[in-house]
Ligand binder design. Structure first.
Ligand code: UD1
Length: 429
């Protein structure tokens, strides 16, 4: 298993190109199941989660071709991938593939919409919380599907096809919104979804579906209206920049000090987190083609945050922000409201010198602390990068083990950071 070795103390200076968003890429790839024509996605990041989903899609019969690296308008490299599901040869998504990545479960929506049947393994446990799939099932049932849970699988059928309906999500869910949106594009008649997730990745998916011929209004607001069509066609779509990667590197610069241009980043995708960084004393300058992040000399001020669905502070930046607050000049409170078990990084940060107390869903970070290197264990995707950040800002050597978590969601992490002066390397074993 690979690990990452960081020698702390260097400031970050230079340019970091921001990759295509993992959380937009996954539903966009799944949307390829909705049409027999070719869907071309540009700016697809090279990540383990993308490879896992490719295995699922090819098992359903999707042809897949990487047409080489292309430089985009920022001079960054992103892959263009062609997906073509001329024929769906298998409507089963087996446990050994779905269990590797939860979002694979989302194929249930397009498979039901196009093939009127699907057998998809339930995704199983997750380190950051229980993450049930009740709303996926309820929304598809509202569209007329019959779904039984048997032997660990959701077995779904919709004789004669799905039928549009009104459905209100009891809780804001990104995944459930993606799935209901995709399913409704081919359902007969009108669908009105309310209490939808407003995340930029939902808007990106809707834009791609519209390019494929879907009739969708309201994506990015709480109410999305879809008028079903007979069939969708091929399209070409560029994946939007990764707002979580953007926020992560902005916080890394805030921790180490320095001056970094996040090339291709879009401030509007993470305005709340950027506002928080400004309150903490970080320099944030929005440019046409990216965001400049600076911290020179001045200390970090403590800021309280609560994670919320978009446009609030993202749960996927909570661990990284906690790492930053360990060096703030005073106490800060971090409340996690999306996932009930997303504080596993607290104990690992403590091994690096952090002083954090937990009370239910609220962590109080007592700053400032002197961070010193140690061996720590990555526990989930975003938590693992918070440990790398603490290592970069700390004294001495930090080894982060189990970096397969990082590889799920951060493209070329070591290369991007070392190009800006970080002393970081991957140790393969
Ligand atoms: C997506 C993101 C993940 C991010 C999360 C919240 C992807 C691939 N992953 O995950 O990085 O942390 O959004 O922004 O895009 N819930 C239910 N019932 C359901 C579905 C969800 O109770 O049927 C709950 C979840 O347990 C959680 C909350 O809803 O408490 C929000 O989760 P959700 O938005 O669905 O997260 P994901 O789509 O899995």
């Amino acid at each position: 298993m690979d690990s990452i070795l960081v020698r702390g103390g260097n400031k970050l200076n230079g340019v970091i190109p921001i990759s295509g968003a993992k959380n937009a890429t996954l539903p966009l790839m799944i949307a390829s199941l909705l049409t027999s024509e070719e869907l071309i996605l540009e700016n697809v990041p090279h990540l383990a989660d993308v490879e896992s989903l490719v295995r699922i899609l090819t098992n359903h019969g999707v042809d897949y071709q990487v047409k080489g690296k292309r430089k985009n308008h920022n001079g960054q490299q992103g892959r263009n991938i062609h997906f073509k599901a001329s024929e769906i040869v298998d409507t089963t998504a087996p446990y050994d593939l779905v269990s590797k990545m939860r979002a694979s479960f989302w194929v249930i929506g397009p498979l039901l919409a196009r093939m009127h049947k699907a057998k998809v393994s339930l995704p199983g446990g997750c380190a950051i919380g229980t993450r049930p799939v009740d709303m996926f099932i309820e929304s598809l049932e509202a569209f007329g599907a019959k779904i039984n849970i048997e032997n660990g699988y959701a077995i779904a059928s919709a004789e004669g096809g799905l039928v549009g309906a009104e459905f209100n999500f009891s809780k804001v869910s990104v995944g459930a919104t993606h799935v209901a949106l995709m399913a409704a594009t081919l359902a007969k008649g009108k669908t009105v979804l309310s209490n939808c997730a407003r995340e930029p990745e939902v808007v990106d998916l809707a834009n791609c579906l519209i390019a494929m011929g879907a009739k969708i209004e309201g994506a990015g607001t709480s109410v999305i209206t879809i008028n079903g069509v007979e069939a969708l066609h091929g399209a070409r779509h560029r994946v939007l920049p990764d707002r979580i990667e953007t926020g992560t590197y902005a916080m890394a610069v805030a921790m180490t000090g320095g001056d970094v241009f996040l090339q291709g980043a879009q401030a509007s995708l993470l305005q709340n987190a950027l506002d928080v960084l400004v309150k903490a004393g970080v320099g944030i300058e929005e440019k046409n083609d990216g965001i400049r992040v600076t911290r020179n000399g001045a200390g970090i001020k403590p800021v309280d945050i609560t994670t919320e669905p978009f446009p609030g502070f993202p749960t996927d930046l909570q661990a990284q922000f906690m790492a930053l607050m360990t060096i703030a000049e005073g106490d800060s409170k971090i409340k996690e409201t999306i996932f009930e078990n997303r504080f596993m990084h607290v104990q690992e940060l403590a091994r690096l010198g952090a002083n954090i107390t937990l009370d239910g869903q609220t962590a109080t970070v007592h700053g400032p602390t002197r961070l010193t290197g140690a061996t720590v264990m990555a526990t989930d995707l975003r938590a693992s990068v918070s440990l790398v950040m603490a290592g970069l800002a700390g004294e001495g050597e930090t080894t982060v083990t189990r970096v397969y978590h990082l590889d799920r969601g951060f493209e070329h992490l070591e290369q991007k950071l070392s190009a800006c002066g970080a002393d970081i390397q991957r140790l393969s074993s």
